[in-house]
Design a protein around this ligand. Structure first.
Ligand code: PBG
Length: 333
């Protein structure tokens, strides 16, 4: 059917029609809010390059979690800044480490909150790499054991799900085996299966104080030029026992999200990363774009590409907008 018989504008006439035929929806229950935890009490420091995002001490973290739950955002992912760093990142798996304490406290005050933890060493190593260094290289196999120990310590503290982001080969299998051996067979793994060596992580590295002190992460994170390799990485993680596959970053990699969606039947998560957040915030602060509209359009695009779950620093802001009924993304003419 062609014009004038077919007129696509008929169904765009008003907000009710537009809502009726809306194909993609955002829901607060599928947003994960990243939270940064620091030692101390009553700490709440705004991250310069991420306005509206704070590094908080555990007492403040509980308030953040309460706010998330009140808005329908049931899941958080935790990142920790330890008191001390060392070459082997041993602070990552301490029983009373920053993350382990945060998990215990959060689960005590908010048992219904889904507490997910990022499993990586870069916040805990003095050199800032995601694994330990042997002979001037990030040693894959030596790192596996430390990662598995870290994931186990999170599970023992009460984490609901672990999310390895280190990009070492074989880490999903190693973590799965260690969790199972210790009776944590019911704890799922959300694997950062397809994680690119991206410059969009800049603000996060300020937030988590985890920039590599030498070299970069290109010997373990993926080349942004590659997409077939994404399928190989994801296949490996599926075979090793991942329960959820993640693509990171999100917006510059929408094609990769779609590819994984088409290829796998596991839930797909996308990480809308710090740099992607910062760019929208900065342009909105300058008055160059409408921040709320661009936020919503961006998150919708990630969903439309095929992600079920979005990890985003906008989780609370987006949930606030979704709470205002009746909701339709483009109510105005
Ligand atoms: C840890 C980790 C990073 C991010 C999540 N986990 C940093 C990195 O890999 O350099 C980035 C998240 C963001 O930019 O929002 N490895």
């Amino acid at each position: 059917m062609l014009f004038p018989d077919y007129r696509p504008r008929r169904l765009r006439k008003n907000a009710a029609f537009r809502a009726l035929i809306q194909e993609t929806h955002l829901s607060p229950s599928q947003l994960i809010c990243p939270l940064f935890v620091v030692p101390g009490k009553n700490k709440r420091e705004e991250i310069t390059s991420m306005p509206g995002v704070f590094r908080v001490s555990v007492d403040q973290l509980k308030k953040e979690a309460r706010e998330c739950l009140d808005l329908g955002v049931n899941s958080v992912i935790l990142f920790g800044l330890p008191e001390k760093k060392d070459a082997m990142g041993s602070g990552a798996h301490k029983k009373d480490g920053i993350i382990q304490t945060a998990i215990r406290e959060l689960k005590r005050s908010e048992p219904n909150l889904l507490v997910i933890t990022d499993v990586c060493l870069c916040e805990y190593t003095d050199h800032g790499h995601c694994g330990c260094i042997i002979n001037k290289e990030v040693d894959n196999d030596a790192t596996l054991e430390i990662l598995a120990k870290t994931a186990l310590s999170h599970a023992q503290a009460g984490a609901d799900m672990v999310a390895p982001s280190d990009m070492m080969d074989g880490r999903v299998a190693e973590i799965r085996a260690t969790l199972d051996e210790n009776n944590f067979e019911s704890i799922p793994i959300m694997s950062y299966a397809v994680k690119y060596a991206s410059s969009f992580y800049g603000p996060f590295r300020e937030a988590a104080d985890c920039s590599p002190q030498f070299g970069d992460r290109r010997s373990y994170q993926m080349d942004p030029a590659n997409s077939r390799e994404a399928l190989r990485e994801a296949t490996l993680d599926v075979d090793e026992g991942a329960d959820i596959l993640m693509v990171k970053p999100a917006v510059a990699y929408l094609d990769i999200i779609t590819k994984l969606r088409d290829e796998f039947d596991l839930p797909i998560a996308a990480y809308h990363v710090s740099g992607e957040y910062a760019m929208i915030k900065a342009a909105a602060e300058k008055g160059w774009i409408d921040g709320d509209r661009v936020m919503e359009e961006t998150l919708l695009s990630i969903k439309r590409a095929g992600a079920d779950i979005i990890i985003t620093y906008f989780a609370k802001d987006m949930a606030k907008i979704l709470k205002q009924p009746p909701h339709s993304p483009y109510v105005a003419i």
